[in-house]
Design a protein. Structure first.
Length: 338
């Protein structure tokens, strides 16, 4: 198949990782193109383009009217499948109705009528999203879990990162990883860490975003905030426990990454965490409750420095590729009257 993925964002995060990993895996058997906005190709550490697999062809559109430019590009490329990720990519698919190209999107966040209602099918990453899709479109949609790829940290990652930041071997390092945005609840995590009063523990918040400056002013000296990480799996190796304090989390790809690293996990009861609760092996914490979060942090630290074994088989990309290809083929058959 000729597959075009549309990713018209500027900075690399979980949804971008998903799109790039999917495109790379599909390129082993299909003709795959990735459409990026010029802002995503900039020479900076959190850009997107330098992470694209060599087998994936890249087309770049401008920053202004990017969706309109991407729509023109799709008319020229004439793919069998146009697969959008996030709002800009979805807008590019509007006005392309017909029998020649299947127009689909992944619901990285939630169903939004203005973005998704006129598409040919949707991939929900968690079961809760399906209920919001109108019945007619829901019949042409599917729920497929996220995945995580095994990543080996650099050999000295744990010792190096801890030494660079003055963290000795015996200190229990609690870690949070991801964008510093209000929806991630990192302000609650900072408050909970202060309330927990954990001697011999430090907190690291790894990532950047719109809330970073305010969070840095709020956090105490025991909170490490190194910014964006090019190799987040190195930081996962340095952590002794992982926390997601999110107010909203559609799936929680970062939870899979923490599970892959074998870390004890504290997570708030978001939609995504509730979906993953059977695998997390720890009770979920109420959203926006620093006292409950503080108690959970105390329990995690009391468990000591250890690694855990999680059931990861159902979160491997190989089975998800088969499901996505079957979804494409069913959609094309419906579109073409087969």
């Amino acid at each position: 198949m000729r597959i075009v993925h549309l990713l018209l964002t500027s900075r690399f995060a979980g949804s971008e990782r998903h799109a790039l990993e999917l495109a790379a895996a599909q390129a082993a058997n299909h003709d795959v193109t990735l459409v990026l906005r010029r802002a995503g190709t900039a020479d900076r550490i959190d850009a997107i383009a330098h992470r694209v697999h060599p087998k994936v062809r890249v087309e770049v559109v401008g920053n202004l009217a990017a969706s309109w430019q991407a729509r023109r590009l799709l008319r020229r490329l004439r793919p069998d499948v146009a697969h959008a990720h996030l709002s800009g990519g979805c807008r590019a698919l509007h006005g392309l109705e017909g029998r020649d190209c299947l127009r689909v999107a992944t619901l990285h966040i939630a169903y939004k009528p203005r973005q998704h209602a006129k598409l040919d099918g949707l991939i929900a990453i968690a079961p809760w999203q399906m209920a919001d899709i109108p019945p007619g479109l829901r019949e042409r949609s599917v729920q497929i879990d996220n995945w995580t790829l095994p990543r080996t940290p650099t050999t000295d990652a744990r010792a190096r990162l801890r030494a660079e930041h003055g963290i000795d071997d015996d200190t229990f390092l609690i870690g949070a990883l991801g964008r510093a945005e209000p929806g991630k609840g990192l302000d609650v995590l900072v408050d909970a860490f202060e309330r927990a009063r954990l001697p011999g523990a430090r907190l690291a918040i790894v990532g950047q975003g719109s809330a970073w400056d305010a969070l840095r002013k709020r956090a105490g000296n025991d909170v490490l905030m190194p910014g964006f990480a090019e190799r987040p799996h190195d930081w996962l190796a340095a952590f002794d426990g992982f926390v997601s304090a999110a107010r909203r989390e559609p799936f929680g790809l970062v939870l899979l990454e923490a599970m892959q690293a074998g870390l004890p996990i504290v997570a708030t009861a978001t939609d995504g965490a509730r979906h993953l609760a059977p695998q997390l092996q720890s009770p979920l914490v109420p959203v926006d409750d620093p006292d409950a979060m503080a108690l959970a942090l105390q329990r995690m630290v009391a468990g000591g420095q250890r690694r855990m074994a999680y059931p990861m088989e159902q979160f491997r990309i190989e089975s998800k590729l088969e499901q996505i290809e079957a979804f494409y083929l069913a959609g094309l058959a419906h579109l073409r009257g087969g």
